[in-house]
Design a protein around this ligand. Structure first.
Ligand code: FES
Length: 117
């Protein structure tokens, strides 16, 4: 009796299916709807997604599953977005992330401590 085999992986989006338009560092790109930003950029030949804060070395996706953080980019003005976990969207504006990005943390508030004794 023959054993039926099937591939372990399949493409979620068809290259012949619907596409979305996005921008990367001011360059227009087309990508299949439903794929991740990282997949779209890699398929478009992008090899630098971010640079490191200390040496400025170029980084690109490594794990494609949210573990390594080498795929960080700025998406629609928001830094530190994991492009491997973010789906492409029509009109999305993606930029290379340069070095360390700041977080918008709330201003520290003064805390008074009542001393006992
Ligand atoms: S590629 Fe590793 S977290 Fe995105």
């Amino acid at each position: 009796m023959p054993i039926e085999t099937r591939p372990l992986f399949r493409a979620l989006a068809s290259p012949d299916g619907p596409t979305v338009a996005l921008m990367f560092d001011g360059r227009p790109l087309q990508a299949p709807a439903g794929i991740s930003v990282a997949a779209a950029l890699l398929a478009s030949g992008v090899s630098t997604f971010r640079t490191t804060p200390v040496s400025g070395a170029a980084r690109a996706p490594f794990c494609m599953m949210g573990a390594c953080f080498d795929c960080l980019v700025e998406i629609n003005g928001v830094p530190n977005r994991q492009s491997c976990l973010t789906a492409v969207a029509n009109g999305m504006k993606v930029r290379t992330q340069q070095g360390l990005r700041s977080f918008d943390l709330p201003e520290p508030t003064e805390t008074k401590v009542d001393h006992v004794g």
